[in-house]
Design a protein around this ligand. Structure first.
Ligand SMILES: N[C@@H](CCC(=O)N[C@@H](CS)C(=O)NCC(=O)O)C(=O)O
Ligand code: FES
Length: 108
């Protein structure tokens, strides 16, 4: 599958997608670690949080920034929409908005 389609399939295939360095269990960078931690603390269960390790997928690392128009990692998508990176995710976490967004994705 061409890289753009593969990235689009990842983004649309799960309610919450985190493109990060490492994994939520073993993050390889502080920005990715903080973002995954905020998602977990805001109530994302590991079944709904789909993560892509860009260190193991250089094609995604090279191409996602020009598709999403966001230059760095991590990149958080909820319901197919780019939310942002670490700074924005932390702001949403601290205001309580992240927990609300996550709860909405996990409604029965
Ligand atoms: N202020 C950014 C910090 C993220 C950042 O600076 N990431 C860098 C270092 S991990 C990055 O992804 N650089 C491009 C790359 O490594 O491909 C945020 O809020 O997410
Ligand atoms: S890998 Fe060095 S700052 Fe993220």
């Amino acid at each position: 599958m061409p890289i753009i389609e593969r990235i689009q399939a990842e983004i649309s295939g799960h309610p919450i997608v985190l493109f990060m360095k490492g994994t939520p269990q073993f993050p390889m960078c502080g920005f990715s670690s903080r973002t995954a931690g905020a998602l977990r603390e805001a109530g994302a269960d590991m079944a709904t949080l789909h993560s892509v390790n860009v260190l193991e997928d250089p094609e995604v690392r090279a191409n996602l920034p020009r598709i999403s128009n966001w230059p760095t990692f991590p990149q958080l998508f909820i319901h197919g929409e780019l939310i942002g990176g670490c700074d924005i995710t932390m702001e949403l976490f601290e205001s309580g908005e992240l927990a609300r967004m996550i709860a909405e994705t996990q409604k029965a």
